[in-house]
Structures are given as C-alpha cells and as structure tokens.
Write a protein of this length. Sequence first.
Length: 622
Amino acid sequence: MKKNIENTIRNIQQHLLQMQNAEGSWSFCFENSVITDAYMIILLRSLEADEEELISKLVNRLWRLQTREGTWKLFDDERDGNLSSTIEAYFALRFSGMVAKEDKRLQQAERFIEKNGGFHKAHSITKFMLAVHGQYDWKHLLPIPIQFLLIPKIFPVNFWDLSSYARGHLAPLMLLKDLRFQLRTNDTPQIQELSRFISEVRYSQRELKLFSKINEGIQSLASIPSHLHQQARQFALEYMLQRLERDGTYLSYFSTTFYMIYALLALGYKKSDPVIVKAVQGLKEMACETKNGLHIQNSPSTVWDTALISHALQESGVGPDEQSIEGSVDYLVRMQHFKYGDWALESGVRPGGWGFSESNSIHPDVDDTTAALRAITYAAAGNPHIRPSWDRGLDWILGMQNRDGGFPAFEKNKTKSILTSFPMDGAEAAAIDPSTPDLTGRALEFLGRQAGLNNDHPQVKKGVEWLKLMQKDDGSWYGRWGVCYIYGTWAAITGMRAVGVSSSDKYLQRAKKWLESIQQKDGGWGESCYSDQEKTFVPLSFSTPSQTAWALESLICIEDKPTPAIDLGMMALLDMMSGTKGITTQTYPTGVGLPGNFYIHYHSYQWIWPLLTLNRYKEKYG
C-alpha cells in the first residue's frame, strides 16, 4: 500500500499543479443547484437584455438537469424532485421564449408543481421571485413593516442582530415588499394558476412573540410615521449601495445582487442605470463551465480553493520555495482584507480576514481566513514581508470568537434565538450566525497546528469546552457548512487533537466509535444531503472521496497504528482516486449553503481532502 499511496499523492499533486492559473490561483466551478441559472434567465428577460446566446446556454443546462419525471432536484438522491427548484426552472424556461408552452417536459413539471401544493409550498426566496414578476400575491410574504430596519441597536430585537447573510437579503426584499413591486413585460409568462388557494396564515407563538417585540421597537421610534417610512426605504437603499463590490455585485453574491437590481428598479432606477448595468455584468462574470454546460455561480470560490489547495500541496511535500506555492502565497496575501465591514461592529479588531471570492473585500469569514493562514504559514515564518499579513489574520481570528467559546462564520455574537422565528423559510439556519462545531473545530485546528496554541490558552480551552458540549449522543457533531455529520465530526476531532486533547479522551473515543459504525461495506464513507434536513445521519448508497477522507483523517488523528477500519478505508480511498485521471466517477454535493435549499459541488474537494489524508497516513504510520 505504501507505494500506492506515494504514487497517488504524486498524481494528485501533478494534476493540481497543472491546473494552477498564471496569477497563482486555482479556479474550480462553485456548482450549485438550478436557482442561479434560472434566475439569470429571468433577470435578463425582465430587463429585456439582448443576451440570446447566454440565455440559450443556460436553457440547455436546465434541460440537462431535468429528471425523467419532469422535475429538478437539489441532490441526486432527493426523492421525486424539489418543488422550489422545479418552479424556478419551469418559470425560467417559459420566460426564455425558447420553449413552447405545450412542451411535454414543461407539462410534466406543471403536474409535479400542482401535485405538491403549488407556489404556496415553495421556499420564501422562490415566492419573492414570483411576486416580483406578478405571479404571487405580496400579501402572503414577510408580514414585518420596513420600519423594522430603523430600530436602534440597543433594542432587544433589531435589524443588526440578524446575520450578515440575512441582512444582505432582507434589505432588498423588504423594499420590494413595501413597494409591492411588480415588473411585467410583454413576454412574462402568466402562471398564477399554479399558485393554488391559500387559507389564512397561522403564526406560531414564537413568531407572534417576535412580531410583538418588533412592533414595540417600531413604536419607540419618535418620528412622524410617513417620515419613518421614507427613512426606512432610504436606509435599505444606502445599506445595499454601501456594500457594492468592485465588480458591481452586492456583497459578491448572485442572490443578493439579483434582488438588489429589482429593488433599485422599484425605487425608480432605470434599467440602463450604470449601477444596474454593472451589477448585471458582475453576475455574467460568475459564469463557469460544467459537464452539463454553462452555469452561473452564486459566488466564485477562487480564494477558498486556492487556500485549500496551496496548503494541501505544501503539507504533502511541495516546498514553500516552489514557484507554484510562491505564486499562490502572493495571490492570497493580495486577497487579504483591509477594509472595515459589518463584522467590525462587534469584534473591535482591525481588518485582516479573507473572503470567499476575489471580488469580496468587506465580508470576510472565519473559515476562509484560517484556510488562507494555513497556506501562508511556512512563507510567513521565513519572509518578513508576509509575516505581518499572518499576524493580522491571527488577530482577526482570535477577535471573532463568540461569547460561548465557539466560532461563527461572518460575525460574532449574532446568536439571538428568537430571530430564528423570522417569517422566512430557512430562518432557523440563516437568520443568525451562531457558533458551529465545524467552524470551531477548523479554527482550533489552525490555532493548534499552525499558530502553536494549545489547550492551556484561555480562548482555545473555551473553544474545546464548547465543542464537547455540542457533541451528539451518538458521538457525532453537526456540520453546518458541509455534509454533514461526517464533516462536523472530522472538524471537531482534528481541531481538538491539534490543540492537545488526548486521543483517549472520552469525547474522541465516542466519535471514533460512531465513525466506525457508519463505514460503508466498500470501506469508504458517504452521507446524504438529507442529513442536514432531518438532523440525523442519513447514509448515501455510495462513498465519496471527500467524506471518506474526512472520516479517515479523523481516525488517523486518534489511532497510534492502523486499524482494520483505517486499512479498509485507505484501500477504498485509493481505489476512488485510481481512475484514468485519478478521479472517482461519483460526484455528489458535499458543501452546504443553506440547509434544505442550497447545496454545493466543490469540485476541488475530491483532490484536496484525499491528498491531505493520504499524507497524514504516510506521516504517522510511515
């Protein structure tokens, strides 16, 4: 096996090195579900833009992703199909003007939509898109006045308590709802008949309590109601415009930018306004090629991929003085943030983080920052020009720890649980930015392995204590940003081991037993996207390279010598990586953007995590 491991490591290294861009970065397509492709078609058609070639390519991709039953899915093993995805693809295809209304494939989709409850059962984001185009009644959406945006930060519930992701979407959505905006063209398809009758909406006690607190906050605002209304609209507009990136996008996300464009139109901006024109161009630049054709990414992952790949190559023996590594380090240092963003309102530290994509300059996150710091660690040790970047990044990470000891994604202490009752689908996962086991574990792994801190450090100790509290009864940890319990468990184990928690620790031993209990018959590991919806482990019918690598690295961290589970897993991983191009034929989304609604194919993962795990095995066991 030793020779096989070394050959596989070399093959992966060579493959990755050949894919590096001239500027030192790596670009893999951040491939998500059909939502961005469908919305791009809808946006271009509603703006009456002359983009026939682009629309045609996106239409082709939608057709390739349709199932035999006429539906669209978020992931392969999703039963039947996904209602929101099917509505989005159906509306986009109708709007494209390139498909006959009578097309049998569309009629199949119609039957699925009607059978599954119509528009009323769709995700809130889908309903907003339909309402903007006159296909859904605004009265069924977001029963919170726009004046909510003005409630002062000192009040128990206010706009600033929401996560940055939620705020980014809420500013344009509240404007659109407040103005009851509709944009219809001569070509807008009329599909209201699929909306079905809706009975009176009933709100839960938690939702009613939230509404009451918001109403109290609005009542406390001392101003003439009409002035408040106008102030709130102006606030929403300024919030968006102040967060435009250099490529014209709003917070460097497709979804936020899409709704911002309509919000600007609702406020009277012309379709030809430079802000809108540049925003659309920024979205077009998010296009990438996939095996199913052209795809619009929600946010390109170049910084993330580059940081992970550079670190994996260095860990597996590619020296920091190699041209490829020097190029990646230079690139990453250039991508460091030096602007204050919303994160600074709570943390009080100077800028020094990294974001996910190249255009992102004000919205850094903990995971990208630790990834970038791992990649520049060796260079920082011997280069006085890079060391200040590393130091700033470390300060930023330590400054982002939540009060409870865990780490968030984007902003600290956005943890008011009442906001998870916000009347939007997905609010339980997106309305706040709490500590998560995966982010906390990854932060600890960096702090231990690269920064040299251990469990004696007060912040590290607090992080470990929080992680132990979060372990599930079966021994696993939930992973918010990856699929799902394997991901969270890997992050927690590797993080605690890196800061000196003993492998005999009862929490780690319970986690080890759980990982061994879910190993597949082929020796690998595979987990379904259903896990993060059902909040319990759901196995896949096959193993994936990244999940197998995560499970294996976890076990290698704990075991002093190879066990039967490790040996079987290593053989499975080597087998997956032994295709003609060193790649498995099985692809499956192993990243999560929004549980139950947005999953990601990180195409770099099938190289990065196996490379790191193979090297960990080689390092530890010889």
